[in-house]
Design a protein around this ligand. Structure first.
Ligand SMILES: [Zn+2]
Length: 111
């Protein structure tokens, strides 16, 4: 699957993370690029934001996050239960997208 996630998928993902706006001043939120007054923070899907804001959510749920290299031109992230009972994978050329896929699978599975 190489399709970029839609704005709606990204919103649903950050809603699940329960990331609240972090207002720095009247101009807007320090996490969101746009000045909006929506309820949920929707920062860009990049490795920094995913590790900073979304990974703690899966750690809380008893998962760990691991990056594997399975071929030269792509990245695979594995999000697995500490007891190795459940595995979720994300495999993409863009490492951030790979991590997003794996984390979003946890969201899907924990509904
Ligand atoms: Zn925000």
């Amino acid at each position: 699957m190489n399709k970029e996630p839609t704005a709606e998928q990204i919103k649903v993902f950050w809603e699940w993370v329960e990331l609240e706006h972090n207002w720095v001043n009247y101009k807007g939120c320090s996490r969101c690029p746009a000045h909006t007054y929506i309820q949920v923070c929707t920062p860009p899907i990049d490795l920094n934001n995913l590790f900073k804001y979304a990974a703690p959510k899966v750690f809380e749920l008893g998962y760990r996050v691991k990056m594997e290299s399975i071929c030269e031109s792509s990245f695979q992230f594995v999000v697995s239960k500490l007891d190795e009972s459940i595995y979720h994978y994300g495999h993409e050329i863009d490492p951030a997208l790979a991590l997003f896929r794996a984390l979003d699978e946890v969201r899907e599975a924990s509904k």
